[in-house]
Design a protein around this ligand. Structure first.
Ligand SMILES: Nc1ncnc2c1ncn2[C@@H]1O[C@H](COP(=O)(O)OP(=O)(O)OP(=O)(O)O)[C@@H](O)[C@H]1O
Length: 266
């Protein structure tokens, strides 16, 4: 769980994820026309841009949901063709989806393991194999503690009974629990109130503190300037700036998003 590198393979790059010159067309629409992005471990990278700039498409390509037409994706410097979401997960990349992919009738602990439940094998002549619920509860509690949200809800509560912010935080906790390298979040606070948004932003920061690379797509530019370490700006399918957040102002970001002069990619 957490940030150990799979197989402790030697790293060929300081970047967990490096996307270079990614192109993607949907029929006549060019969603991406040469987008690039790099993110380091322990770093929050905000991916911002106007509607239709290509942010979600780039995220979907990195998480294995969509195949690019061309371009290179490298994980720890190793060029890799990501064939599926499962493959990206094996590479250590977890995604928090807009619909959160939580099962409302299951408990928090069950949701943390959805599709990846540990099985107690049983033994010859004994009980049949069954879910290892004790392990699930303990790991789920540990994961919630790990990102500082253990007081938010019991792991035995049914997800249906949680608020939007609590659900979002559980989805983030699940991603942190399974991610070995990076987390991608597309508009994680779009439907939330101020307090709930704060909870989610705190959990994003905790994930980075634990050594994960975090890519956050957001339209909340002021918040991204304070939360993120770097801001990658997309316009018309290209990444036109990748700059330390502390070197940018709100005006800089908005000007670049809407067509002003691009800064040197850092
Ligand atoms: N499955 C699809 N089929 C056809 N066109 C698509 C598809 N997905 C995205 N597009 C188009 O690709 C372009 C980029 O879309 P994308 O969703 O990546 O942008 P975005 O920056 O995430 O926008 P938003 O902030 O509005 O979510 C848009 O013109 C969009 O209409």
């Amino acid at each position: 769980m957490g940030t150990e590198q799979p197989d402790a393979a030697p790293r060929k790059s300081e970047f967990v994820i490096e996307a270079t010159d990614i192109v993607k067309r949907y029929g006549h629409v060019q969603a991406l026309g040469g987008a690039s992005l790099q993110v380091r471990p322990g770093e929050v990278l905000a991916l911002v841009g106007d509607n239709g700039a290509g942010k979600s498409t780039l995220a979907k390509i990195i998480c294995g949901a969509v195949a690019p037409d061309s371009g290179t994706l490298a994980f720890w410097g190793e060029p890799t063709t990501v064939t599926s979401i499962r493959h990206a997960q094996e590479l250590g990349v977890e995604t928090v989806y807009q619909d959160l992919a939580l099962a409302p009738d299951l408990t928090v602990a069950e949701n943390m393991f959805l599709g990846r439940e540990p099985i107690n094998p049983g033994w010859f002549g004994g009980h049949p194999a069954r879910l290892d619920r004790r392990h699930m509860r303990a790991k789920a509690e540990e994961a919630l503690r790990g990102i500082g949200i253990s007081t938010l809800t019991s792991v035995d509560r049914t997800v249906r009974d949680l608020s939007g912010g609590q659900r979002q935080a559980i989805a983030v906790a699940r991603a942190v629990m399974w991610a070995k390298a990076a987390i991608i979040m597309d508009e994680p606070t779009a439907a939330l109130g101020t307090r709930q948004t704060g909870i989610v932003y705190d959990s994003i920061r905790s994930a980075a503190t634990r050594g994960l690379a975090v890519i956050v797509i957001s339209h909340d530019i002021p918040k991204m300037l304070s939360l993120a370490d770097r801001i990658a700006i997309m316009r018309q399918g290209r990444t036109i700036s990748n700059t330390e957040a502390r070197q940018m102002t709100l005006t800089d970001v908005v000007t670049l998003m809407l067509g002003g002069k691009a800064t040197e990619a850092a």
